[in-house]
Design a protein around this ligand. Sequence first.
Ligand code: PMV
Length: 359
Amino acid sequence: MNKERIREEASYTARGQPNIAFVKYWGKRDERLILPYNSSVSMTLDPSINTTTSVMFSEKFKEDTLYINRDRQDISGGEAKERFALINTLRELAHTDAKALIVSENNFPTASGLASSASGIATLAYAAAEALGLELSEKELSIIARQGSGSACRSILGGIVVWHRGEKPDGSDSFAEQVVNEGYWEELRDVVAIVSTDKKRVSSRAGMKQTVATSLLYRIRPQIAEEYAGVAIDAVKNKDFGRLAETIMRDSSNMHAVMLDTYPPIVYLNDVSVRVMYAIYELNKAEGRNVAAYTFDAGANAHIITLEKDAERVEEALDGIEGISRILKLHQGGGPVLLGSEKSLISNEILDSLYQARS
Ligand code: PMV
């Protein structure tokens, strides 16, 4: 796996995107390796919402340093430290102890249900592997990204992606794979209704742990989701939008039902989210077929999956709903890409402060 020498003190910058799950992941059978109870299926989004991340490794750095949206993050404990484990895995593969400087920026609100962890971690895994001179396959990269944040493994690939739950205790068969590329069913769109940019009250990591521990309804969720994942893949391959749409809506509601069944309950949806659900239901009824499907992650923002020819009707249906601050129409996108060194987010100022800290 390890081909080249570490690219000491050169910065590598990548850009990657979030994904929206058609069939959701909620619950781990292994907390450390991040192995899910069920497979999930998603669509990688286009770069109009993205994360840019620059990574540099150096023996001269005293410690690992992470900046997100210009703020230095505390990575000495908690979820930030757990997410950082993927950097240790990459260092082991590259046989180095060099410390990392990571500077990352999202062009959309962090931790608001727009999947910032997916794009952030996938982009980080990709840029860090490049900076360490590792030549990893997409499968290997997805396994590494998975260890930072489950949903991130799906953002390693473009188009429609499945994350196989796998069976093995070491997680070697729990990886993401492309179902079809972004050109196969190009007409698919995600119309995002921004309802709230507040940070979520319960992180998905803490929330899903609580659900697995306390929800009785969760006992049947993995079987249901596994079945939905198969149906969604089949519907995508056959371009059967009606079937896909029903599966997306049913799965979103199933996940939010087990969240509500958690004790104490977890509620990410708000009254605007519920109004969006009804508006889409009414639209489908008026059209006499499913032209759109709502889905919600761990947040109140609505993702409406539709086809280009129906996107305008969806936007009209959303127009009248009070409480929506912004509507974005997103296409499908590819996996992370490397950007030129002129795009590096690592400034001389940051570097100087780190070198000074050492001396
Ligand atoms: O991987 P995490 O911790 O960001 O979990 C995200 C889970 C959901 O977004 C709610 C569902 C999914 O499959 O993306």
